[in-house]
Design a protein around this ligand. Structure first.
Ligand SMILES: NC(=O)c1ccc[n+]([C@@H]2O[C@H](COP(=O)([O-])OP(=O)(O)OC[C@H]3O[C@@H](n4cnc5c(N)ncnc54)[C@H](OP(=O)(O)O)[C@@H]3O)[C@@H](O)[C@H]2O)c1
Length: 245
């Protein structure tokens, strides 16, 4: 099976930024969308926009820190559309700081959202993918894991933990399932909102306004991975602003 038309795609973190842009791009290309995030009002507004343009879409308020919420999202896809072709583990946060600051609660939050969240997604979708005989995991990682800068240690660590887990998943997946990691550089989103160190947050927002590219760049790359024929597995994509070092 190739192309995007008719594929059922569940996206976590669909209420803003990369998830929202990806939903709009995939809907325009005929995917059936299952949108998840915590902010129900934003999800419903996005779903209404997609539906108005003729797209098929459902949404659910989920917290990726709760395993049962991922099970519910995958369940909703199967209930509404009879299958799930793709799970995009995209929800993520980045309250970055120097390790010396000992912001241990932020470290724990990043581990819960950025590692345990996608793992709960795998736990929910993998058995369904096995039963169906097809399925595609896409994980939003980060270039922060490729060049590890000061303040980024724990955030990069969560993204690289998922890089390792995804490679293990790919090794175990066999011939029927696909696994794609996408690593964005600076993307213009609300990502800095989760930052608790206000100086770092302001610096990040400043860097973003200087060089970040729009999130549809990531949506297009995700669409590229999805639209490949079933025997083509795009494993790693890195998308940076051209000016980013
Ligand atoms: N922007 C960048 O420069 C950049 C670069 C590299 C990687 N990334 C990665 O890209 C992904 C998307 O981020 P973004 O840049 O699009 O930022 P964003 O606009 O802040 O989007 C983050 C999304 O994650 C959701 N989310 C956060 N915590 C959640 C939770 N506990 N449960 C469910 N959903 C949750 C948010 O929705 P709710 O608040 O409604 O729950 C939101 O939809 C993240 O994994 C991030 O690490 C971003």
């Amino acid at each position: 099976m190739s192309g995007i038309e008719g594929k059922v795609v569940a996206i976590t973190g669909a209420s803003s930024g990369i998830g929202e842009a990806t939903a709009l791009i995939l809907a325009a290309r005929g995917a059936k969308l299952v949108l998840g995030a915590r902010r129900k009002d934003r999800l419903e507004a996005l779903a209404a926009r997609i539906a108005e343009e003729g797209g098929q879409v459902v949404c659910l308020s989920i917290d990726v820190k709760r395993r049962e919420d991922l099970a519910a999202l995958v369940g909703l896809a199967c209930e509404a559309f009879g299958k799930i072709d793709v799970l995009i583990n995209n929800a993520g946060i980045g309250p970055i700081s120097l390790l010396d600051e000992l912001r241990v609660e932020d470290w724990e939050e990043m581990i819960d959202v950025n590692i345990k969240g996608p793992l709960y997604g795998i736990a929910a979708a993998l058995p369904v993918f096995r039963r169906q005989g097809f399925g595609h995991f896409i994980n939003t990682l980060s270039t922060a894991g490729l060049i590890v800068k000061p303040t980024m240690a724990v955030y990069a660590g969560t993204k690289n933990a998922m890089r390792t887990i995804a490679e293990g998943l790919r090794q175990e997946a066999g011939a029927d399932l696909r696994v794609t990691n996408i690593s964005p550089g600076f993307i213009q989103t609300n990502f800095a909102d989760s930052m608790t160190n206000l100086e770092i947050k302001a610096n990040m927002q400043n860097q973003m306004s200087g060089m970040a590219i729009t999130p549809d760049a990531i949506g297009r790359a995700i669409a590229f991975a999805i639209e490949q024929p079933g025997d083509v597995d795009i494993n790693e994509i890195v998308v940076r602003p051209t000016v980013q070092a």
